[in-house]
Structure formats: structure tokens, C-alpha cells
Design a protein around this ligand. Structure first.
Ligand code: SF4
Length: 353
């Protein structure tokens, strides 16, 4: 027997039609969504919805399609990584990071990733499939539920988990609309970051969507010769054209672009790299985010030491660029995307009971 459809697989219009077919007023849709946005874990908990309607919802729908199969904690409980099984058997990871002034969710848009960056745990296993918009939103709803118990609110979402968001463009854009929908999670697009390894046509399209999310470019190298290796899509969309497209997005939206740079010791953390980055981003609306590499088994790359991180940051600053070093959250939580999946697949982790 097919499982029941998850409630968030219905659009607002579809849910309102279902309600009308069950003699319920349209405004019940908003009530149901409000309960989901508050972290309700069952239809039964939706107290202002009549009992008969709650029972009917429960008969026909699931509250979510995601099954948590493993959880990993780090940073004294400030970071929680969950591995979810999807309908059909693939799995994805989502990471909740708690800070003093915010709670951020790192979300997955694909099971696996077709880009195949050689330093990335996700890129190492075969690509599974694109996620549907509701599967992306359900990761956020699950985070809301987790945080609600602690009296916290989900404030920020970054599309930096498994997958290349721009390779699953329609579902990602639809999920951003739902994450920011005032009737659902009401997270301002300004607090949503969509990252890409560099699919130029989709960057241009995103600029026309009228959803001013922050664009993050996974840059990692400023010259084609090195970027062709670290981010193989560069062979199709070279780095200068990519930065021009990102600046086009910045011009259209007024949003500063974030350039992500995973620091790989001895590979992309030299004075030459900093100077090339300075030339590439000169006069661009840009912020550089340095991310010390989180070691991944069976890759030839090493994490830089503290002194190299400090010195590379100073070299980039000397290029008159805005730069920060990202807090390396969750080392114990297999924080690099794909690591929890890999560990569970190797049976090193006890699944959720
Ligand atoms: S780093 Fe990002 S784009 Fe590259 S393989 Fe990993 S998930 Fe895909």
C-alpha cells in the first residue's frame, strides 16, 4: 500500500480545495500551517481544529515524509545533525546550529550531489535524486519542532547541506517561497542563503524571482586551473564568468554575495591564492567566508593549522576584501556535508530507536 501523502506536499490551494471537499472553511488551512510552524508533531495536537477534521486529516495525510534514522550531537549540544530517510530509501542530512542570537538550519536539496568536488564527503557517493519542495521544507519544520522544545525559534536557513541547490532549481525556489511564507515558517528571504558551485544560467534566473535571498558562491579557487579540479563544474562555467553572474545578481537585488572558500592546507591558502582572489573580486559587492577544511576520510586534503588560517585571512584582508573565518561548528557531528550519511552507511553509528 502507498504511504499517505505528507501534508506539505499539498500547495495552499490544494489544501484549501481538500478542506472545501470536506465541508471545512478555507481558514482551516492557515490553522494547520500555523501548527506546523509551531512544531506540532501530530494532527491531534492542532487543538483549534475540530476533532472530526483532525481525525480526517490523520486518516488521509502524514505530518511529514522524513524518517530520522540517526542523530549526532556536538559543541555541547549546540549542534545537532540528523540523517533522514526519504520515501524510496535515499537519505539526507540537516544540521541545526544554535548561537546566542540565532538558530540556523543547514538544509539539503538533493540526496547526494552530481558535482563531485573531490574534498567533499557528499560528492563521494553516488547521486540519488532531487528532493521535492516539501522534503526540503520538512527539514525546516523538523528543526522548528526540535528548537520549540528548547524555547528557540528557527531564524536562518542555509542551503549548504547535501546537493547543488541550483541543480534542483524549481524545488529550491518553491521551498524558499514556503519557508518565507508568512502563513508557514515566515523566515525572511534575507535570512536564507542559497549556495551554488556555479550554475550560471540558474544564478541569472534566481535574480528574476523577486525573492532576495543571499547568494553564496562556493568559490574555493580564483584561477580556472585549480578550480577545474576542486569544483569540476568550473570546466563548464569558468570562474570569471561565474563572478560576473554573481555580481549581476548583486546589482539586481542589492544583496551582497558571499564567496565561500574551504581552506585546504597547501592547496588554496597561499599568498598567490589571496592575490588572485583580490583581483577576481575587485570592486565587487562581496564578502569572503573562509571555512577551515573539516577532514574527510579518503581524500588527499588536510585542514590548515591556526597560524595558516590567521595568515591567509590577513593576506585576503590586504586585498581590501571583507573577510571572516567561519566558526567550524560540529566537528564531532561529522559536520562536513555527507559525513554522517557515510558513517551510518559504514554502520559506525547507532540509529535512532
Ligand atoms: S561541495 Fe557542494 S557542490 Fe561540491 S560535491 Fe559537495 S555538496 Fe556537491
Amino acid at each position: 500500500m502507498d504511504p499517505k501523502p505528507p501534508i506539505l506536499s499539498l500547495s495552499a490551494t490544494e489544501l484549501e480545495k481538500w478542506l472545501a471537499d470536506h465541508d471545512a472553511p478555507e481558514y482551516r488551512r492557515k490553522q494547520v500551517w500555523t501548527w506546523l510552524a509551531r512544531g506540532a508533531s501530530s494532527f491531534g495536537a492542532m487543538r483549534d481544529v475540530p476533532k472530526a477534521l483532525r481525525d480526517e486529516l490523520d486518516r488521509e495525510f502524514r505530518i511529514t515524509s522524513l524518517h530520522p534514522i540517526a542523530v549526532s550531537q556536538a559543541d555541547n549540544g549546540l549542534t545537532t545533525k540528523t540523517l533522514f530517510e526519504l520515501d524510496g530509501g535515499h537519505s539526507v542530512e540537516a544540521v541545526v546550529m544554535r548561537y546566542s542570537d540565532r538558530s540556523t538550519l543547514c538544509i539539503s536539496s538533493q540526496a547526494g550531489c552530481p558535482i563531485g568536488c573531490p574534498f567533499c564527503a557528499t560528492g563521494k557517493f553516488p547521486f540519488g535524486r532531487n528532493l521535492n519542495a516539501h522534503e526540503i521544507v520538512e527539514q525546516a519544520v523538523d528543526a522548528v519542532r526540535l528548537l520549540a522544545v528548547e524555547g528557540r525559534r528557527l531564524s536562518h536557513v542555509v542551503f549548504m547541506g547535501m546537493g547543488e541547490p541550483m541543480a534542483n532549481y524549481r524545488a529550491v525556489v518553491e521551498s524558499v517561497r514556503r519557508l518565507s511564507d508568512p502563513d508557514l515558517l515566515a523566515i525572511s528571504p534575507r535570512r536564507i542563503v542559497v549556495s551554488t558551485s556555479g550554475l550560471i544560467p540558474r544564478i541569472e534566473q534566481l535574480g528574476s524571482e523577486n525573492i532576495p535571498v543571499t547568494l553564496a558562491i562556493s568559490l574555493h579557487a580564483a584561477r580556472d586551473e585549480l578550480r577545474d579540479v576542486l569544483v569540476p563544474i568550473n570546466r563548464k562555467y569558468p570562474v570569471r564568468e561565474l563572478v560576473d553572474a554573481a555580481q549581476g545578481y548583486a546589482d539586481k537585488t542589492g544583496r551582497r554575495v558571499s564567496y565561500e572558500w574551504v581552506m585546504l592546507a597547501g592547496v588554496n591558502d597561499t599568498e598567490r591564492d589571496a592575490k588572485e582572489l583580490g583581483v577576481l573580486l575587485k570592486r565587487k559587492l562581496a564578502h569572503v567566508n573562509l571555512i577551515p577544511f573539516n577532514p574527510v576520510e579518503d581524500t588527499p586534503y588536510r585542514a590548515p593549522d591556526r597560524a595558516s588560517i590567521r595568515s591567509f585571512k590577513a593576506l585576503v584582508e590586504a586585498q581590501s576584501l571583507n573577510v571572516t573565518v567561519r566558526d567550524t561548528r560540529g566537528r564531532e557531528a561529522d559536520a562536513a556535508c555527507g559525513q554522517l550519511h557515510e558513517r551510518v552507511m559504514r554502520n559506525k553509528l547507532v540509529p535512532v530507536s
